[in-house]
Write a protein that binds this ligand. Structure first.
Ligand code: ADP
Length: 222
């Protein structure tokens, strides 16, 4: 029996762009170990480890955790997992120094770059309204409340999360671009970048899957 073919992928995508949905499908179809630095950091914060304590001061400000902290964390996390034939990196590397620091440890085969129009994300997020007390969420485009601005169950007013306001979303998208563009250029130059453009995860996903399948087929012929 042949062993599982190795594959290390990195997924990049703007906030609100469906990266979570695509990642979930990839985990299922390719049996990846999912390494999300956001999740690992949140676990450390919850457990109040030394790394967690150092990281949380940055995280609550929405700032990036320093490169050396995050690189050590990822290297330790990978070492603790032993042999990982299939790895999906999510949220790391996020800067060029991180990318360069990772290279001696792990070589990324495919970078999945989700290219979703800002307007799609802004519309989707700013259509989201919630009932604060229960957390019930409505989307004005596909599951609207019976009466505009009012919770179906309690009749109380709906509000928008501070994070979901158009100006906040736009600022986050700008920040994403500023941070990610050098990284995208780096991987394009390296020849590992695969960009997938579109507005719906369900439409984009088959192309992502086909790309990875083709990569694995190519590798099996080496
Ligand atoms: P978001 O996409 O909102 O940034 P994540 O779950 O990916 O959410 O990350 C949450 C926080 O963890 C970030 O705001 C940042 O403070 C920290 N973080 C995660 N990944 C990295 C990274 N690669 N480099 C630096 N900080 C990171």
């Amino acid at each position: 029996m042949g062993s599982v073919q190795r594959l290390t992928a990195l997924i990049l995508g703007p906030p609100g762009g469906g990266k979570g949905t695509i990642s979930k499908k990839l985990l299922k179809d390719f049996n990846f170990l999912h390494l999300s630095t956001g999740d690992v950091l949140r676990r450390h914060v919850r457990d109040q480890t030394a790394v967690g304590k150092a990281a949380q001061t940055y995280m609550i400000r929405g700032a990036l955790v320093p490169d050396n902290v995050i690189v050590d964390l990822v290297v330790a996390e990978l070492a603790s997992k032993g042999h990982v034939p299939r790895l999906l990196l999510d949220g790391f590397p996020r800067t060029i120094p991180q990318a360069l620091a990772l290279e001696p440890h792990v070589s990324i085969d495919v970078v999945i770059d989700l290219d979703i129009p800002d307007q799609t994300i802004i519309e989707r997020i700013s259509n989201r309204w919630i009932h604060a007390a229960s957390g019930r969420t409505y989307a004005y485009d596909y599951n609207p409340p019976k009466q505009k601005g009012v919770d179906d169950v309690t009749g109380e007013p709906l509000v928008q999360r501070e994070d979901d306001k158009e100006e906040t979303v736009k600022a986050r998208l700008e920040q994403y671009k500023q941070i990610t563009t050098p990284l995208v250029d780096h991987y394009r130059y390296q020849g590992t970048l695969a960009t997938f453009s579109g507005t719906e995860s369900d439409v984009i996903y088959p192309y992502v899957k086909a790309h990875l399948d083709a990569f694995l087929a190519g590798r099996s012929q080496e």
